[in-house]
Design a protein around this ligand. Sequence first.
Ligand code: HSE
Length: 437
Amino acid sequence: MIEYRNLRIALLGAGSVGAQVASLLIEHGTELGERVGAGLELVGIAVRDLKAARTADLPEHLFTTDAESLILGADIVIELIGGIEPARTYLELALNSGADVITANKALLATHGPELFEIAEQVGAQLYYEAAVGGAIPIIRPLRDSLAGDRVRRILGIVNGTTNYILDRMDVEGDTLEEALAEAQRLGYAESDPAADVEGYDAAQKAAILASLAFHTTVPLDSVYREGILAITSEQVAAARRSGFVVKLLAICERLTDPVTGVEGVSARVHPALVPDTHPLAAVHGANNAVFLEAEAAGSLMFYGAGAGGVQTASAVLGDVVSAARRHVIGGPGVAESTRADIPILPISSVSTRYRITLEVADKPGVLARVATLFSEHGVSVEAVRQDARPDGASPTATLVIGTHEATESALAATVAALGATDVVSAVSSVLRVEGL
Ligand code: HSE
C-alpha cells in the first residue's frame, strides 16, 4: 500500500457552499487523494457561531471559532466566508504562512485581487478562485491555462443567475420585474441584498475578474461600467421577443480601439442588452450562467451551467483543492497570475455598439424625416425603422422603433438627448444596446 503524505485542509465558513465542500471532502477525500497522490485531511472549519444551523451534517469536533490557529496549521486554506473583512486578513495570513489559498470571494478579488496575487507571487503560493465566477462552470482555469496561448478578443457573459432568472420569467411567463424578483427571492436565488444582483454589482465584480484574466491586465472594479435591470419593463421584454431578441444582463469584456483617440485598450461593462434569439446566449434560461468567448485562434467558445448553488459551487472549489494539492506534491512555486500586459482601460464612451431606440411620436407628415435628420446630424447611421401607428384620440401617435448601425456611446447619447428635446417626440421609451450580432 502506498503511504501518502497528508495535506492539511482548513475551511473558513460553513454556509451553503462551505457545508457542501466539507461534506464532499469528508465523503470523497480518499478518492480525491488518490487523484493527487496525497492524503487530503479536513482539519477544521472556522465559523463565527458554533451553534448556527448547517445545510449538511458535519462532525462537531471540526468546528472552531479560532480561524487564525486553524490557518497557521494548514497546507491549503479554503475561504468561503465572503465579503471583504475578515476574509482579506485571513487570506493574507494564509498566503504569508505559505499555504495555498482557494476562495470563491468575488468581492474581495475584484477589489483587492492585485494585492493578494502579489503576496501569492512573493511567497510562491497559489491563489485559486474557480468558484468566484460562474459557480460550477469551469471558466477561470480555461482562461488561465487552456487559452493562455491565445488572444481573447471578447467575452459576453451571463454571470448573474438571479437577473437571468428574472428576465427569463418576464420573457417566458410575462411576469413584471417585481413579480419575478419576488419569485427569485422565494427560491433563494437572490443575494441577501437584492441590489447586488438587480443593480449589477455582482456581475460587475465578475466582469472585473474575467477581464483581468482574459486580457492579462488589472481591470479595477471601478472602471467597470454598470447598469442594472431595474428599468427593464415587461413591455420591453415582450417587444424585444416580437422583434427576434431576448433581453439579457450581460457582462461584456472586450479589446477595442477608441474611435476618437485611436488608443487601443480594453473595456468591461455590465448592462441589459438585446441578444438575437438565435444566439447561444439566448438559450440560457432560468438561473443558469454562460460565458460566450471569442478568441483569435480558438474562435467562439461557450461555457454553460449552474452559476450558483451550494453543491454545484462546491464542485469548483474541490477542483481547486485537487489542483492545489497536486502542486504541493510536485513542489515548486505556483504559477503567477499574469497581469503584466498593462493595457489601457477604456471608458464606456470609447465603446461602439448597435442600439434599438423606441420613440413615441406624433403621427403626422415630416416627423420621420425630422427624427432621421437628428440621427444623421449626430453621425448615427439608421439600419432599420419600424412604425406601429395607433389612433390616440384626436391626434394619432405612433411608436417608432429605430435600429442603428454601430455607433459610439457618445454619439448615441447626444442623439437621444436631441430626440428628447424635439417637439415631435413625446417620449423616448427605451434605449437598449444590441450585442451578439
Ligand atoms: N447572486 C449570484 C447570482 C450568486 O445570482 O448569480 C452567485 O454569485
